[in-house]
Design a protein around this ligand. Structure first.
Ligand SMILES: *[C@@H]1O[C@H](CO)[C@@H](O)[C@H](O)[C@H]1NC(C)=O
Ligand SMILES: *[C@@H]1O[C@H](CO)[C@@H](O)[C@H](O)[C@H]1NC(C)=O
Ligand SMILES: *[C@@H]1O[C@H](CO)[C@@H](O)[C@H](O)[C@H]1NC(C)=O
Ligand SMILES: *[C@@H]1O[C@H](CO)[C@@H](O)[C@H](O)[C@H]1NC(C)=O
Ligand SMILES: *[C@@H]1O[C@H](CO)[C@@H](O)[C@H](O)[C@H]1NC(C)=O
Ligand SMILES: *[C@@H]1O[C@H](CO)[C@@H](O)[C@H](O)[C@H]1NC(C)=O
Ligand SMILES: *[C@@H]1O[C@H](CO)[C@@H](O)[C@H](O)[C@H]1NC(C)=O
Ligand SMILES: *[C@@H]1O[C@H](CO)[C@@H](O)[C@H](O)[C@H]1NC(C)=O
Ligand SMILES: *[C@@H]1O[C@H](CO)[C@@H](O)[C@H](O)[C@H]1NC(C)=O
Length: 354
């Protein structure tokens, strides 16, 4: 008799626990339950629950996510940006790709760039593409950057404020939720799984040091805390790439390595530290900043570009430098070849030029 009583008590407790757990999930994760079939549910508010509830976030999206960040108001995603999303979602079909759009308040139900046809089409046809919105105060809440982003006159008055805020927001998202961050000017050539597995990584280039265009960190990683702290303390509002510059300087000091010596990044591409991987230019830099323009428009670079499809994971196109360049969609320019191969849908909807 006693054993039967114990058995029933345990059974009731188990069922109760499962019930409470399920209720919790349903309450917090409702938006996600339908995501496979319903487009509107893939556009959601990152607050109030998800941003500060890593448990619910993980239940929804799993272990690995890729973030993009959009901090400029009323922007229309250009075909080149959509191309980045198409290539990434195609090669990583099981990884949720989440564009975090910062908004001024929660009543903005219409997202500005949702107007673009190529983006709408991609959104309609891509199950692992999400748009999440949040306010910057919510993203910075309870972090070491909270005071800085809103009360520090240096950043408030900086002419590069949106870009710098975007640089900090990517750190904050990785700090709060963990995952991979990618810039819109990254077109990928293959699955990112091999280096996403490393969890904590940064990427160094040939000659520009470490850029924060692509990086991955586990939630609450202490390297992120350190880098946020240093970039905040050494913030200089008049230098556009102040955040990557500071990251490069700080890590050069810690590891006693000069990332800016030609080839230095490649020579340390292997694991430098068990808890932080600094990968070399073989990831996204078949061409560095100085050559990227030529590489995209000069047909004599097509051979290099096609080789990169095999040797590299993708290309960082430095849109700040090359965003204005447009090439005919059917031309033999390297950029057009990349676009037709890695984002065919977007290219076919782009019109005459991409
Ligand atoms: C919130 O955003 C909407 C649309 O951007 C705007 O019309 C509205 O005035 C804003 N509300 C507040 C309280 O700022
Ligand atoms: C979206 O497109 C519609 C119709 O083309 C236009 O009226 C509206 O102003 C656009 N909205 C934005 C935010 O660009
Ligand atoms: C995407 O889906 C929405 C809702 O179903 C529809 O209104 C819109 O026309 C579609 N856009 C494209 C470009 O397919
Ligand atoms: C900014 O400073 C003001 C005045 O000192 C304070 O009331 C406010 O809470 C601060 N904001 C943040 C986000 O810390
Ligand atoms: C941040 O930097 C300040 C000043 O350099 C230092 O006192 C503090 O310990 C640092 N905090 C973290 C979390 O690194
Ligand atoms: C840093 O590296 C250089 C050579 O690359 C070496 O001469 C120097 O002693 C190192 N400094 C420290 C503090 O390890
Ligand atoms: C890697 O970095 C962590 C965190 O700073 C440190 O504790 C550890 O000793 C480092 N490991 C190596 C092999 O340098
Ligand atoms: C294209 O690249 C080739 C080889 O580097 C160079 O000779 C040529 O001048 C370039 N053409 C243009 C238009 O820049
Ligand atoms: C490019 O080529 C495709 C396939 O041949 C064709 O359907 C399309 O109209 C062409 N686009 C332009 C802008 O010439």
């Amino acid at each position: 008799m006693r054993w039967i009583k114990i058995f029933y008590t345990v059974a009731v407790l188990v069922i109760l626990t499962l019930f409470i757990y399920d209720t919790y999930l349903t309450k917090h994760v409702r938006v996600f339950k339908k995501w496979k079939t319903s487009l509107p549910s893939r556009i959601f508010n990152l607050t109030p629950f998800l941003l500060d509830d890593p448990f619910a976030f993980k239940q929804m999206f799993g272990e690995q996510v890729i973030f993009y960040v959009e901090t400029t108001d009323s922007v229309n995603l250009k075909p080149r940006d959509v191309c980045s999303l198409e290539s990434v979602t195609t090669f990583n079909p099981t990884v949720p790709v989440i564009i975090v759009v910062t908004v001024t308040n929660h009543t903005s139900d219409r997202l500005p760039f949702y107007n673009s046809t190529s983006f709408q089409s991609l959104m309609n046809n891509t199950q692992n593409l999400f748009v999440a919105w949040a306010t910057i105060p919510d993203i910075a809440k309870d972090t070491i950057l909270e005071q800085f982003l809103f009360n520090d006159t240096r950043i408030l008055n900086s002419e590069y404020r949106p870009a710098h805020v975007c640089d900090f927001v990517r750190f904050l998202l990785l700090w709060k939720l963990g995952g991979v961050y990618l810039d819109f000017d990254t077109i990928t050539f293959k699955s990112l799984a091999p280096f996403m597995k490393l969890k904590n990584f940064l990427i160094a280039t040939f000659s520009n040091g470490i850029l924060t265009q692509a990086m991955g960190f586990e939630r609450r990683n202490r390297w992120v805390e350190l880098l946020m702290n240093c970039t905040k303390n050494e913030y200089y509002s008049e230098l556009y790439p102040i955040v990557p510059y500071t990251v490069t300087t700080v890590l050069s000091k810690i590891f006693n390595i000069s990332f800016n010596d030609p080839g230095a990044a490649d020579s340390i591409k292997s694991q430098m530290n068990e808890s932080l991987h600094i990968l070399g230019s073989e990831i996204f830099y078949p061409f560095d900043y100085e050559n990227i323009k030529l590489a995209m428009v000069n047909s004599s670079f097509i051979g290099y570009m096609e080789k990169a499809f095999k040797t590299h994971y993708g290309i960082h196109t430095f849109n700040r430098l090359t965003g204005h360049i447009r090439v005919g969609v059917n031309s033999s320019k390297p950029l057009a070849v990349v676009a037709r191969k890695f984002c065919p849908r977007t290219t076919s909807l782009a019109g005459t030029h991409i």
